[in-house]
Design a binder for this molecule. Structure first.
Ligand SMILES: Cc1cc2nc3c(=O)[nH]c(=O)nc-3n(C[C@H](O)[C@H](O)[C@H](O)COP(=O)(O)OP(=O)(O)OC[C@H]3O[C@@H](n4cnc5c(N)ncnc54)[C@H](O)[C@@H]3O)c2cc1C
Length: 458
C-alpha cells in the first residue's frame, strides 16, 4: 500500500522548499523528502558557511592592515578558530532550522526524513514506506566529485563538506583545483593562518574566465602568501609523515607538494546515482545529470528536475530560478524558460569577481562586431579611498545592437556592482542608457557610465 499525494518534492535544496510551499498553497497534498539537513548544499556546506568564513577572514585581513588605516592593535592578531566556526555554525543553524520549521509548519506539507528512491515512474520509497503522486519534483543537488586519481583510495582527503567539519586549522592545506570553490577556501584558510598551496592541472586559474582575470587574481593571492603549482599533470596522492604528499607532475620526475591536509575541489557530481532513475524511466546524461527541457520537464510526463541535478547551472540562484520557471509554467500560466536567463555569478574572493554574460574570448569568437570598455580599479576614486585598488572592470558591447554582451567587475564590491549591468542586459536596453545615467559619488558604480563612454573596438 502506498500513501497517495498530489505532489512529491525530493530534496530541500534551493528549489524544493519554495516549490513545495507554492504547491501546498494551491491545495495540493505535498510530500517533501530530505535525507540530510534542510537547506541542502548552499545552506549547510556551500554558500552560507563559506561566505560567513569569508567575512571572518576579511575582518582578520583588514585588522592585519591596521597600520595602513591608522590604528594599531596591542600584540599580534590571534585568530580564534573555534569562534570563527561557532559564528559560522550559528548562521547556518538559524537557516537550516528555519527551513525545517517552514516545511514542517506549512499546511498540506508532510515531511519525510530519509533517502528517497524511485520504485516506479510516480512511486517513491522512503524509510520503508511507499509514496506516490502524479507530480514529482527532483531537487537532489550534487556533491563533491572525488576524481579517480592515483592514491585517492589510500590517502585521507577533504571535500568542501569535510573541510568545514574539521575542528583544527590545517597547518598546510593543499588545495587541488584552482577554480571557484578551491580559491575561496584557499584565501579563507590562508587568512585564518594556514599555509596554502593550490595545485591546478591547467596552465592558469579559473580557466573559464579571461586570462587577465586569472593572472590578476593569482597575483592578489600570491601577495597574501598562497603558493601555486600550475600545469600540474597527473596529480596523485601519497601518505607522508607530514600528512599527504601531492604528486604534481608525473611527466617530469613527479615533484611533490607536502601538506598536512588536502582538499579536493575539482568539480561536482549530481546525486542521481542512488535515486532509482531507471525504475522511473527518467533519462540522465552520461555524467548523471537529469535531462530536462527548457522548462525543467524530464522525459517522463509529470516529473520535473530542478537545481544543480539538471546540469543547467551550479549555483543557488540558478536552482531558485528553476523553481520560478516550474511554478510559473505549472501554476501561473507564464511560459518562462531556462534560456530566458542570462548567466551571472561571482567568485567570492577578496576582492570578488562579479560576472555576467560573455567573456572577452567568447565575444571575440561570436562573430559580432564588439566594442570594449575597461577601467582599472586604480582609477576608481572610491577604491583608492578604501585602499582596495586591485582588479579592473570591463564591459563588452555589440556594436550593432548597442546592447551589452557581458561584463566583469573584478574589484571591491564587484559582486554587487555587476548587477547594474545584469539588469541592463535583462532590460535589453542599449548601453547608452547607462552612459547617460547619473550615479552616486563616490562609489565603484559611478565609474560604469565613464567606462562605457570610452569604448574601443575589441
Ligand atoms: C563550497 C561551496 C560554495 C558555494 N558557494 C556558492 C555561492 O556563493 N553562490 C552560489 O550561487 N552557489 C554556491 N555554491 C553552489 C550551491 O551551493 C549549489 O549550486 C546549490 O546549493 C544547488 O542547490 P540545489 O537545490 O540544486 O541542491 P542542494 O542544495 O545540493 O540540495 C539538494 C538536497 O537534496 C537532498 N537529497 C539528495 N538526494 C536525496 C534523496 N535521494 N532523497 C532525499 N533527499 C535527497 C540533499 O540532502 C540536499 O539537502 C557553492 C557550492 C559549494 C560546494
Amino acid at each position: 500500500m502506498s500513501i497517495r499525494f498530489d505532489a512529491i518534492v525530493i530534496g530541500t535544496g534551493q528549489a524544493g522548499p519554495p516549490l513545495a510551499a507554492r504547491l501546498a498553497g494551491t491545495g495540493r497534498k505535498t510530500a517533501v523528502v530530505e535525507r540530510r539537513r534542510f537547506g541542502g548544499t548552499c545552506v549547510n556546506t556551500g554558500c552560507m558557511p563559506t561566505k560567513t568564513m569569508v567575512a571572518s577572514a576579511r575582518a582578520i585581513h583588514v585588522a592585519r592592515r591596521g597600520g595602513e588605516f591608522g590604528f594599531t592593535l596591542n600584540g599580534t592578531i590571534q585568530v580564534d578558530v573555534p569562534r570563527v566556526r561557532a559564528r559560522r555554525d550559528e548562521v547556518v543553524r538559524a537557516s537550516t532550522e528555519g527551513i525545517e520549521r517552514w516545511m514542517k509548519g506549512t499546511a498540506n506539507i508532510t515531511v519525510f526524513e530519509g533517502h528517497a528512491r524511485f520504485t516506479g515512474p510516480h512511486r517513491v520509497a522512503v524509510n520503508g514506506e511507499a509514496i506516490e503522486a502524479p507530480e514529482i519534483f527532483i531537487n537532489v543537488g550534487g556533491r563533491a566529485l572525488v576524481p579517480d586519481m592515483p592514491g585517492v583510495g589510500d590517502v585521507p582527503h577533504l571535500t568542501n563538506a569535510s573541510l568545514l567539519a574539521l575542528e583544527d586549522l590545517p597547518s598546510h592545506l593543499v588545495v587541488v583545483g584552482g577554480s571557484y570553490v578551491g580559491l575561496e577556501f584557499a584565501q579563507i584558510y590562508r587568512r585564518l593562518g594556514s599555509r596554502v598551496t593550490v595545485v591546478e592541472r591547467g596552465d592558469r586559474l579559473i580557466s573559464r574566465e579571461d586570462e587577465d582575470v586569472s593572472t590578476t587574481l593569482q597575483q592578489v593571492l600570491e601577495q597574501e602568501g598562497i603558493a601555486f603549482r600550475l600545469s600540474a599533470t597527473c596529480i596523485s596522492l601519497v601518505r607522508d609523515p607530514e600528512g599527504v604528499a601531492v604528486g604534481v607532475d608525473c611527466a617530469s620526475g613527479a615533484p611533490t607538494v607536502k601538506g598536512s591536509h588536502v582538499l579536493l575541489a575539482v568539480g561536482r557530481r549530481p546525486n542521481t546515482d542512488d535515486l532509482g532513475v531507471d525504475a522511473a524511466g527518467v533519462a540522465v546524461d552520461k555524467r548523471g545529470f537529469v535531462v530536462v527541457d527548457d522548462q525543467c520537464r524530464t522525459n517522463v510526463p509529470g516529473i520535473w528536475a530542478v537545481g544543480e541535478c539538471n546540469g543547467h547551472g551550479a549555483f543557488t540562484h540558478t536552482a531558485y530560478n528553476d523553481y520560478e520557471i516550474v511554478a510559473a509554467n505549472l501554476l501561473d500560466g507564464d511560459p518562462r524558460t531556462i534560456s530566458d536567463r542570462i548567466p551571472c555569478y561571482a567568485l567570492f574572493t577578496d576582492p570578488p569577481v562579479g560576472r555576467v554574460g560573455m567573456t572577452t574570448q567568447e565575444a571575440r569568437t561570436s562573430g559580432r562586431r564588439v566594442l570594449v570598455g575597461e577601467r582599472p580599479m586604480t582609477k576608481v576614486s572610491r577604491a583608492r579611498e578604501m585602499g582596495e585598488t586591485s582588479g579592473f572592470m570591463r564591459a563588452l558591447i555589440d556594436a550593432d545592437s548597442r546592447q551589452l554582451l557581458g561584463a566583469v567587475v573584478f574589484g571591491v564590491s564587484g559582486d554587487e556592482v555587476v548587477h547594474s549591468l545584469v539588469d541592463i542586459m535583462y532590460a535589453k536596453a542599449p548601453y547608452t542608457t547607462i552612459t547617460r545615467a547619473m550615479h552616486i559619488h563616490p562609489t565603484i558604480s559611478e565609474l560604469i557610465p565613464t567606462m562605457l563612454q570610452e569604448l574601443r573596438p575589441l
